[in-house]
Design a protein around this ligand. Structure first.
Ligand SMILES: *[C@@H]1O[C@H](CO)[C@@H](O)[C@H](O)[C@H]1NC(C)=O
Ligand SMILES: *[C@@H]1O[C@H](CO)[C@@H](O)[C@H](O)[C@H]1NC(C)=O
Ligand SMILES: *[C@@H]1O[C@H](CO)[C@@H](O)[C@H](O)[C@H]1NC(C)=O
Ligand SMILES: *[C@@H]1O[C@H](CO)[C@@H](O)[C@H](O)[C@H]1NC(C)=O
Length: 524
């Protein structure tokens, strides 16, 4: 799961609390009480084996350890992950495999950025911090590098620079100057596109001070194609610079140093496999992400989803070989997205392509539902499923109805198995987001990341899982989230097994609906 995903380009985040690990993560063995023969209500769930998924996880960990400890997009560890998936799929299924490369830019900085201002010769070195709540200015994702050798004059853009006229009016003219732009009634992407179009040397965006939570520097994501350097400033700093720069008698300039680790774009792959049978104009897409963060091997995030996805695909291929298991009416497409941790880039790319496609089976309208599995083996797990009702209020109503129907299907499995469950809100922080935004009903499972397992949750889970299940509350669901300890040891095998079965059963449930669209849009 991507840590700080920005949907509306701007979100002011809560201060990220430092994590204290109250205890060491350990593998939890499968509880025999729950292993005892239970009616899973699903042939696919019976067929898929936890051991297969664990074997894949060990292989993903081995790949990470042989490649600087991670499998992040753009690294050899990532490429070897894709090689493993493709090889396993091609030797264990007869499904059609497609690998699609797309290009992304990284936005990791080599050093902390520096912003110096000069007002009538008085030079100030402004405060930067990785915690934007302690900073006068903050980095902007997908900014270009800057290494100014001298102070560059500042031009204040009137009216927040939402319209071309604002940039044409700006005095002194913007070309070759640094544009100082207040947060306005348009997106940062719209402001920054104009800044680049009018040849600004850089863009300084500042908060508007209209409320107490509009004072700090903003968290800003530019588009991948963004072309000039940019920084985000607090309201106070922005106002100080703007007041000085509006005074024709003052000399105001800035020097910016903002050096990216890697300025070049690089190729990242998405992998999808399709069942050879089933109606391609009614496709159910099942997805997980193949990349890890740089800071760890990513075995729960999202090795757990990726390995499970591989296990479901192969189990289904096995069943389709038998004459007793009827083929599905619908086509299934299993996908592994790349560069999720860089801002959900693989699934965004896929959805954008599907939106443009006119090829039958490749169009967005051919997608009936999307199921997402990102983090499903967390040490201090919750059995959570996305609550379709929490989709943004501008979501297509049918997508909200369909998503809630999927939520209920997952929930009902846990209830039927006498297991505890939770609903979790859509935070738009994983690969379901681009599908949901375009009106595809989505759902999925999530066992928790750096969010906290509360006492209430502990008590509720203990009721069904036994008093030994949860002995410590107020700990993170995944104490190794985005850390180097996100290894196979970090997987709760009991929970992972249940999640794999819950997903397999729900995938089959959807795929066996006589009329999936009617089922999705019928309310209960
Ligand atoms: C990873 O594979 C892509 C092709 O998909 C290639 O362009 C890139 O150079 C490879 N990266 C590394 C680090 O091997
Ligand atoms: C500004 O501050 C940064 C961080 O403290 C420091 O690395 C840099 O050298 C300073 N630059 C100048 C010109 O004072
Ligand atoms: C930035 O420019 C200075 C010269 O002004 C140069 O010495 C320095 O190496 C450059 N830094 C980077 C990281 O390119
Ligand atoms: C939709 O949500 C936005 C942001 O949360 C809110 O400002 C707006 O009032 C909501 N609109 C409706 C019609 O509920």
């Amino acid at each position: 799961m991507v840590e700080h995903f920005i949907t509306t380009v701007l979100i002011v985040f809560l201060i990220h609390a430092t994590c204290f690990h109250l205890f060491t993560a350990k593998s939890v063995p499968i509880d025999d009480r729950h292993r005892s023969k239970q009616y899973l209500g699903s042939t696919l769930a019976e067929s898929v084996q936890i051991d297969e998924a664990m074997t894949h996880l060990k292989e993903l960990e081995r790949i990470a350890m042989a490649n600087n400890g991670n499998r992040a997009a753009g690294t050899t560890g990532f490429n070897q992950t894709l090689d493993y998936l493709v090889k396993y799929l091609s030797t264990h299924t007869n499904f059609k495999i497609t690998k699609t490369d797309f290009h992304v830019r990284d936005s990791k900085l080599k050093y902390d950025p520096v912003l110096l201002s000069s007002i009538d010769g008085t030079i100030t070195n402004h405060t930067y911090s990785k915690d934007y709540s302690e900073a006068e200015f903050f980095r902007v994702r997908y900014s270009k590098s800057a290494n100014f050798s001298s102070f560059i004059p500042v031009t204040v853009i009137p009216n927040s620079g939402c319209f071309e006229a604002d940039w044409i009016q700006a005095n002194p003219p913007i070309s070759g100057h640094v544009a100082l732009v207040k947060r306005g009634a348009c997106t940062f992407i719209e402001q920054s596109t104009l800044a680049a179009k009018f040849n600004g040397a850089a863009l300084l965006l500042y908060n508007d001070g209209t409320s107490p939570n509009h004072m700090l520097p903003m968290v800003v994501d530019m588009a991948q194609s963004y072309a000039i350097p940019a920084l985000s400033l607090s309201y106070d700093l922005g106002e100080r610079l703007a007041n000085a720069a509006r005074n024709p008698w003052k000399m105001v300039g800035v020097r910016i140093t903002n050096i990216l680790l890697n300025e070049e774009s690089f190729a990242v792959g998405n992998i999808c496999v399709d069942t050879p049978t089933g109606d391609p104009t009614q496709t159910i897409v099942v997805g997980s992400h193949s990349d890890s963060v740089y800071s760890g091997p990513g075995i729960n995030d999202d090795g757990s989803g990726s390995a499970a996805n591989l296990a479901w695909t192969v189990a289904l291929a096995r069943l389709f070989q038998t004459s007793t298991y009827a083929k599905y009416k619908y086509r299934l497409r299993f996908c592994w997205w790349g560069a999720e941790e860089n801002g959900i880039l693989g699934s965004k790319y896929h959805v954008a392509q599907a939106k443009q496609s006119t090829v039958v089976g490749e169009r967005l309208i051919d997608y009936v539902a999307y199921l997402n599995f990102d983090m499903i083996g967390s040490t201090n797990f919750q059995f959570a499923t996305y609550d379709g009702r929490t989709a943004n209020n501008d979501t297509l109503p049918s997508a909200i109805v369909g998503s809630y129907k999927i939520s209920q299907a997952f929930r009902d499995w846990f209830i039927q198995q006498n297991l505890p469950w939770d609903f979790v809100e859509f935070g738009y922080g994983s690969d379901y987001a681009p599908f949901l935004i375009e009106g595809v009903p989505v759902g999925g499972l999530y066992s928790g990341s750096d969010d906290i397992r509360t006492q209430e949750e502990c008590d509720r889970y203990n009721q069904l899982l036994g008093p030994d299940h949860c002995t410590v509350a107020n700990v993170e669901h995944d104490p190794c989230y985005h850390e180097d300890c996100d290894t196979v040891e970090n997987i709760n095998v009991f929970a992972y097994d249940k999640m794999i079965k819950a997903a397999a059963s729900t995938i089959e449930n959807l795929a066996r609906q006589p009329d999936l669209k009617s089922w999705l849009y019928s309310s209960t």
